[in-house]
Ligand binder design. Sequence first.
Ligand SMILES: [Mg+2]
Length: 448
Amino acid sequence: MRRQGPAATAANANASLLTGNLSTRRKAWRRPLSCRAGASGRDRFRELIALFALVDVNAMFASCAAAEDPSLRGLALVVAGDPSDRRSIVLTASYEARAWGVRTAMPVREALRLCPQVRIVPPDRQLYERYSRRLFEVLHDFTPVVRPVSIDEGYLDLTGCPGLAKGPLPLAAQIRRTVQERTGLLVSIGLAEGPWLAKMAADLAKKRSEGILLLRPEDVPDIVWPLAVEAFHGIGPKTAAKLRGLGIGTIGDIARAEPKVLEAFGVHGRRMRQLAMGEDRGGLPEETGPVSISHEETFAQDIQDRRQLHPILVAICDRVGERLRREGYVAKGLGLRLRNREFRDFSRQGPLRAPSARAEDLRQEAEALLARMPAAAFPCRLLGVTAHSLERAAAAAPELFPDGDAERRDRLWHAVTAVRQRFGPDAVKPLGAQPARPPRRPPSGSER
Ligand SMILES: [Mg+2]
């Protein structure tokens, strides 16, 4: 028997959500959620055309350490390099440590002063990568559309997802619970009809005990407008300063600004205003690869001259080349950075002769750049090498005059990568290389 009235509408809407193809499901979502069974008052959207989630692990590095070693759970914990080193800084603090005022990028000595019982664990990139893979496996169980943005953060398109039958909040709670059960990691989840709002919601969700926030367009004036322009996802410090110069201090000010005022920011001005108004229908950001791959080392003792720096340069170029090959890229350009004793940075850039991921090509260019560094860069405390203008190794144009030697060297380097993946990074060492010391902070992946 076919039912009549609101209950029937709800049943029919849910039926299309579960069984329809994507376009039918999206149409089903356009109907007000309030007429769907199971939608509580808190869940109610006036008009919901899509649903995105931003899932972000809380204090990723510290959480991985605690998930791996149960004796660390619930403790004030920081991930940091060697605590006996005067230059060691906090890479991540657990929420328990944050309660004592310990913050990321704070010297370890300061963290110990604020919280003497704090436990310090060394960074472990492989551990974070392993947990990251598990996290994304879990997220893929909820929707096929998962877009990682960093090691501990990713967008989900939940539009038309069968799990939504009970509403967005119960689904988010289920995702959060499942991630915790299967990985031991605690996540914050922002939900909204667009990815930008979802990201803003996730940042706000971190401050809530339930770790979830659903941001409806009609909530934007109350919840988002009072925030400072610095909290606007996608606005950097320079743009924020420029906005403040124009008398625009909050996100609400952006929404209320005369379009003319925002013309100073070109097309971005219009987009900024739209987002501030809660109009976020852009879909997921384009999938992009890394812009650059870099590695840097801070030395326990300052390095006096170029000769002394050479073996460290060899080791860093080897590492950068290794990561390029492993991630399937070649670089067209290289950058070198030195920081002197007074914390002044010196950088030099140059193109590679041909796109490459071979350590010796990177080293050749790095040595040329090092020769161009001024004397004022010494004594130096930090050396960084960045491979940039990356392209996919397979897509890279072949060298103009390929020689058998280049191919042979490529095969050799890929064999080196394979050996290291199997037997560890120290299985093959470049001649004349000398690592300065263990890396002070993991070379990739941003996290909060
Ligand atoms: Mg995070």
